[in-house]
Design a protein around this ligand. Structure first.
Ligand code: NAG
Ligand code: NAG
Ligand code: NAG
Ligand code: NAG
Ligand code: NAG
Ligand code: NAG
Ligand code: NAG
Length: 457
């Protein structure tokens, strides 16, 4: 599978280039034709993805506020899940002491300044207050947060708000990679009522997210990934109607994920690498295209109607959770899926033959589970399959098609219980495993193939 480029960018770019991008539109600007992910450095991968999503303020021309255009989305979320190791210390120690607000240096009040718009005058004290609680700023970002030209502060971008084309408002904040530390962003993010984008990936912000977010009428992208936020899922964002992109990966959020978030109008929901638990959501009727749930504590079986929840997805990444029970045959109904990864969970039972219906699938990863039985040859005959990883389970048989995939190194069945193959578990280990009876519901459906697999046509 090619993991070298992300997102064949849609026609929206052309429109953007002609129209000139503004923040108050759902469209996204990109600098190049595609973002290369050749560079294995996770940091630069992330940087380039972020760069690709960063809107560029261009002119005061104006696209329809709720343009149907969608931001381009990376096609390989495996890479998206990699971030710079969270909270690695800055390469050099912070050069400046934390800014200390004092009487002598306190910022002038807004009415001593000539702010370009009443809306900026409202925002000015909010920014200055936030600046005063920043405890570390190794890149000297906040040094630019002085004076009356808020729209020129590093990380801040202005635009005409949709409700008044002659006003100027704070439309976007991009703190990505600024390495700022602050104990909270409450009193800041929740007070900026005209904000359309908030990107603060890879900072050192902590605390919980305000319950006072739902009235953010223009906010459509919220990225607070790779920080130290904790507490419950920021449920108040579920009330933001226009939100299409929510990225809270690599934080310490815990508790359950409110089902309402799945029925919202989101395109992208990244939840991986938190401590969410509870059951996997079973909601139908939603249109998220990109969802990552990996590296949490989601538990219980994969519900048999999961295909309703996940049917719009091309990549299903449930790895490293606490899933239990058997694989439901209905997984074969995830027609559009190209990557399916449930490795490192506690799933058991055989592989349903219905997996042979995943015509588009390129990567299937079931490694490190308690799966057993035969590896269906119909699965190994899938035309697009480039990587089938079944290592570290308890499979007992492979057919001829699968054998040839082993030879071509597409299929990895190391550390199973297949007597004729090398690098398998010991007889003792296998005997011990099979001494425990294991029962899957609807086992009679396991050998049913609810489609005509491509190679049978
Ligand atoms: C990868 O990115 C890093 C940081 O941007 C850069 O120093 C390095 O030269 C890049 N490596 C390649 C192979 O492009
Ligand atoms: C992150 O913030 C915490 C407290 O808010 C602080 O103890 C820690 O040193 C900060 N880490 C970095 C890398 O700045
Ligand atoms: C930040 O400012 C301090 C003092 O003004 C300076 O010594 C340091 O080099 C600056 N750091 C960066 C990353 O610009
Ligand atoms: C904006 O900031 C840059 C440096 O960050 C400065 O050179 C420029 O003069 C500022 N522009 C205005 C209009 O204040
Ligand atoms: C639009 O904004 C301008 C500039 O701030 C202001 O003078 C005007 O009163 C606003 N119009 C309305 C209808 O609010
Ligand atoms: C919620 O935010 C609004 C402004 O956006 C503010 O007026 C109100 O006091 C806030 N409520 C709480 C409980 O913080
Ligand atoms: C297949 O995927 C596994 C798990 O992601 C990975 O470790 C392995 O290197 C991949 N194999 C090939 C041939 O790409």
């Amino acid at each position: 599978m090619s993991i070298t480029t992300i997102a064949a960018f849609s026609t929206c770019r052309i429109i953007i280039v002609l129209a000139c991008l503004v923040f108050y539109s759902i469209a996204d600007a990109n600098n190049g034709a595609s973002v290369q992910l050749h560079n294995n450095s996770a940091a630069s991968t992330q940087a380039s993805i972020r760069k690709s999503r960063k809107n560029k303020f261009c002119s005061f021309s104006f696209l329809p506020f709720r343009s149907p255009l969608r931001p381009p989305i990376p096609s390989t979320l495996k890479l998206l899940m990699q971030l710079p190791s969270p909270h690695a210390p800055p390469s050099s120690p912070p050069a400046t002491p934390p800014p200390q607000p004092s009487a002598a240096t306190s910022a002038p009040s807004p009415n001593q300044l000539i702010l370009a718009d009443q809306r900026l005058a409202v925002v000015y004290p909010i920014i200055q207050k936030f600046k005063s609680i920043i405890t570390s700023d190794p890149l000297n970002i906040t040094e630019t947060w002085v004076g009356d030209n808020i729209c020129n502060y590093t990380g801040f971008y202005c635009d005409h708000p949709p409700d008044n084309s002659s006003a100027i408002a704070l439309a976007s904040i991009d703190f990505n990679g600024h390495h700022l530390s602050a104990p909270t962003i409450d009193g800041f993010l929740d007070q900026l009522s005209d904000l359309a984008l908030f990107h603060a990936n890879s900072n050192n912000f902590s605390g919980t997210i305000s319950t006072n977010m739902s009235k953010r009428r223009y906010l459509y992208e919220l990225d607070i990934s790779n920080n130290m936020f904790s507490g419950p899922f920021p449920a108040s964002v579920a009330g933001i109607n226009g939100l299409t992109f929510l990225d809270i990966r690599f934080n310490r959020f815990s508790g359950s994920v409110p089902p309402a978030i799945f029925t919202q109008n989101l395109d992208v929901l990244f939840l991986n690498d938190n401590n969410f638990m509870s059951n996997l959501p079973t909601v139908s009727n939603y249109h998220i295209s990109y969802l990552t749930l990996a590296d949490n504590k989601f538990s219980c079986p994969i519900p048999s109607d999961i295909y309703k929840t996940l049917s719009a997805l091309t990549e299903v990444l449930l790895l490293n959770n606490q899933l239990m029970g058997c694989l439901p045959s209905e997984l074969g109904l995830l027609k559009g899926v190209t990557v399916f990864d449930v490795s490192k969970t506690m799933l058991t039972g055989p592989l349903p033959f219905s997996l042979a219906c995943l015509e588009e699938v390129e990567v299937l990863n079931f490694a490190e589970n308690l799966l057993y039985g035969i590896v269906p040859d119909v699965l190994c005959e899938l035309p697009n399959l480039a990587n089938l990883t079944l290592s570290d389970s308890y499979f007992t048989h492979v057919g001829t098609a699968c054998k040839s995939l082993i030879d071509s190194r597409v299929l990895d069945v190391r550390n199973n219980c297949i007597p004729t193959l090398p690098s398998q578990r010991s007889v003792k280990e296998c005997t011990y495993f099979f001494a425990v009876p294991r029962i899957c519901p609807s086992i009679e459906t396991y050998e049913t193939i609810p489609c005509t697999p491509p190679h049978f046509r």
